[in-house]
Design a protein around this ligand. Structure first.
Ligand SMILES: C[S@@+](CC[C@H](N)C(=O)[O-])C[C@H]1O[C@@H](n2cnc3c(N)ncnc32)[C@H](O)[C@@H]1O
Length: 223
C-alpha cells in the first residue's frame, strides 16, 4: 500500500473504506458547532485534524493566530469541488499565510505543539478501532501542556436509522457499512460515554461534554 492510500482502510479483503469521501461541504455545517467555535477565547495556534473539505476552517481561524490543517495526502491533493469551484485543498491553503498544511505522516513527524486541536467527525469515519486510538494519541502528543482538543461525533440521526435498515447495509464494529456504486462507506456510531472513555484511555482528562441533536462534543485536555 502506498503512502497516499493510508486513509483507505481495508477492513476485509476487497472491502476498502475511502474516508476522504465522507467529508461534507461547508454548506452542511452545524450551527451549534459554529456557535461553540465563535465563543472560544483566542489562542496562538490550533490544528484541525481530519480537516476534510475545510468545513470549519474559517470559523476556527477566527479564534487563532495560526492554523495547521491535517488530512490524508489524497484528501489534500485530489481535485474536488470546494466552495463551488474545482480545486485542491493544497491550492486553497497556498493562498493563506496563516494556515499550514500537513498530511497525516508529516504531522505525526512534526515537532511542534499546539494550544488547541479539533477532531470533528473523524473518529466516526474510521472503521478500525485501533486506528481511532492512534489518532487520539497523535493529537495529544502535539498539544501544549495546557492544550485541549475538541472531539465531535454524530452518533444518532434519522438518516442513520434509515440507512442501516437498507438491504445494502450491514453492521460493522459500532456502526454499519453501506455497499453502493461509489464503493463501501462506513458510519461509526460512537455514543457520548464511549467517546469520553476513549479519550481517557488515550491519556486525556475530560473537562466538558455537550450533546446536541445526536452529536456529542467533548473537550479533552492533555492531562
Ligand atoms: C467525515 S470527514 C470530516 C471532515 C471535517 N472534519 C468535517 O467535519 O467536515 C473525516 C475526515 O477524516 C479524514 N481522516 C480519516 N482518517 C484519518 C487519519 N487517520 N488521519 C487524518 N485524517 C483522517 C478523512 O480523510 C476525512 O477527510
Amino acid at each position: 500500500m502506498s503512502e497516499r492510500d493510508l486513509m483507505h482502510y481495508e477492513i476485509e479483503p476487497g472491502i476498502v473504506i475511502k474516508t476522504e469521501n465522507a467529508a461534507k461541504p461547508e454548506s452542511q455545517s452545524s450551527t451549534f458547532l459554529k456557535l461553540l467555535l465563535a465563543d472560544l477565547p483566542h489562542v496562538s495556534s490550533s490544528v484541525d485534524f481530519g480537516c476534510g473539505k475545510l468545513r470549519y476552517c474559517d470559523a476556527i481561524l477566527e479564534k487563532t493566530d495560526s492554523l495547521a490543517v491535517v488530512d490524508s495526502e489524497i484528501q489534500l491533493s485530489r481535485e474536488q469541488i470546494l466552495n463551488g469551484t474545482k480545486s485542491t485543498i493544497r491550492d486553497i491553503i497556498d493562498r493563506s499565510n496563516r494556515i499550514r498544511i500537513f498530511n497525516d505522516v508529516e504531522f505525526a513527524n512534526l515537532h511542534e505543539y499546539f494550544d488547541r486541536a479539533f477532531c470533528i467527525n473523524v473518529l466516526s469515519a474510521i472503521p478500525v478501532i485501533a486506528r481511532r486510538r492512534q489518532v487520539m494519541e497523535v493529537i495529544r502528543s502535539h498539544l501544549r501542556p495546557k492544550g485541549a482538543c475538541l472531539y465531535a461525533v454524530e452518533y444518532r440521526n434519522s438518516d442513520f436509522n434509515r440507512m442501516r435498515s437498507m438491504p445494502n447495509a450491514r453492521p460493522w464494529e459500532d456502526g454499519f457499512l453501506i455497499d453502493s456504486l461509489r464503493g463501501f462507506s462506513f458510519y461509526g456510531l460512537i455514543p457520548p460515554d464511549y467517546l469520553v472513555s476513549m479519550a481517557k484511555r488515550a491519556g486525556f482528562s475530560i473537562c466538558d461534554m455537550r450533546c446536541n441533536e445526536g452529536s456529542v462534543y467533548v473537550w479533552a485536555h492533555r492531562a
